[in-house]
Design a protein around this ligand. Structure first.
Ligand SMILES: *Cc1c(COP(=O)(O)O)cnc(C)c1O
Length: 400
């Protein structure tokens, strides 16, 4: 019997989200308006930040936060290499320099000792990424930034809802940027949010998110608004639609329930795969709450007779999707060629990325599917285990 393919990611969209979109479409107001305002207010209250500004992606959020930080041409911004394209490309929007930082072996979060070695008088900001939803040590990050006199813009695309010492990620750095992309823990299809406690940054981000115009443009068309506006700066067009915000309001209501389901799945994967010596599983650090956005396992390649790419192919053959988070930025042509990074310059990320593999992980994944994923993983390991007798010697009948 053939069983359904288990995709790597799936959004969790309920009837509430569908009804809210239909209601919005019928309301006559589909772009930025009352639902965006409500989403912003409820999001700010949820994470405990003074301000939340909704935008159409986390990439836009990061861009606007760096703009508020005053990044200029030639400035340097510390960016972990173990991240997605967006975290560094926004630095290039200013013709500034993303200085890549290695990760810690234990959890693949930013290595602050390596960051310290890469500080120069031109360093203006640090963008910590809470890898997979596991929060960075924010006490150490903030102390580092204070000492260096630089801004902290958090890339929290994985980190809703993550906690550092009981406080939700969202009000630690100068600004925190969230993603509502289709695969993330809260989705609006595409979307993002910037949270900050700083009134000056909030005002600047709000103005620059909509053409550098001096007041909330949507008020222009309402009875209480005015036709008059002023362009203060050449801004950007990064506003979120009310259609997307309507989905966001419903998703935020279910954010804790979806997180609990993912946490239960993490526990389940831990039970099913914990005894497999060829794997290293992700863990929640004491005193933190893991957002459980991703479930990246690390292969102990020295114990296996196949590499990561072959492992993913074997999973696919058993009806299981998988992905890699991440091929680090310094291994991509643009960053290696433009800045001359070699694998040895960022040795931990270079080595760890070769053995990373993310399993299917989302609130709609059933217990039965999680078991099928684990069975597939265990079957592959059993068939490709390298014998304890020593390294595999082709030609002696070993499966290499
Ligand atoms: C998804 C992601 C982003 C980009 O989010 P968008 O909303 O698609 O712009 C940024 N950083 C990280 C680490 C991500 O995983």
């Amino acid at each position: 019997m053939t069983q359904d393919f288990i995709p790597f990611a799936l959004p969790d969209i309920g009837q509430g989200e569908i009804d809210a979109v239909v209601e919005t479409l019928k309301s006559g107001w589909i772009t930025t308006g009352p639902r965006v305002r409500r989403f912003e207010e409820e999001f700010a209250a949820y994470v405990g930040a003074r301000h939340a500004i909704a935008v159409n992606s986390c990439t836009a959020a990061l861009h606007l936060a760096l703009e508020a930080a005053g990044i200029r041409r030639g400035d340097e911004v510390l960016v972990p290499t173990m991240t997605f394209a967006a975290t560094a490309e926004v630095v290039r929007y200013f013709d500034a320099v993303p200085v890549l930082v290695d990760c810690r072996r234990e959890d693949l979060n930013l290595d602050l000792e390596d960051a310290a070695r890469r500080l120069t008088p031109r360093t203006k900001a640090l963008i910590p990424v809470h890898y997979a939803g596991n929060p960075c040590d924010m006490d150490a990050v903030l102390a580092f930034a204070r000492q260096a006199g630089i801004a902290v813009v958090e890339d929290a695309a994985h980190a809703l809802p993550a906690r550092w010492r009981h406080r939700l990620i969202g009000a630690f750095g100068d600004a925190t940027c969230f993603s509502f992309y289709a695969t993330k823990t809260l989705t609006t299809g595409e979307g993002g949010m910037i949270t900050t406690d700083r009134d000056d940054w909030a005002e600047r981000v709000r103005i620059m998110s909509l053409h550098g115009i001096s007041k909330n443009a949507w008020k222009r068309y309402t009875a209480t608004g005015s036709w008059y506006y002023e362009i203060l700066e050449p801004g950007y067009k990064y506003n979120l639609t009310d259609i997307a915000a309507a989905i966001g309001v419903e998703q935020l209501r279910r954010c804790d329930a979806m997180w609990q389901r993912r946490r239960d799945l993490a526990t389940r994967y831990g039970e099913l795969l914990g005894a497999v010596e060829e794997l290293e599983l992700p863990r929640e650090a004491p005193g933190t709450q893991h957002a459980w956005h991703l479930y990246p396992v690390r292969l102990r390649l020295e114990r296996l007779a196949l590499d990561r790419a072959a492992f993913i192919e074997e999973l696919r053959g058993r009806g299981v999707g998988a992905s890699v988070h991440f091929v680090p930025l310094h291994r991509h042509p643009y960053y290696s060629q433009t800045y001359g990074y070699a694998p040895a310059d960022l040795p931990v990320a270079s080595a760890e990325s070769e053995r990373l593999l993310s399993l299917p992980f989302y609130s709609r994944l059933t217990d039965d599917q999680a078991r099928r994923v684990a069975d597939a993983v265990k079957d592959i390991v059993a068939r490709h285990r390298r014998s304890a007798a020593g390294p595999c010697r082709p030609g002696e009948g070993a499966v290499c």
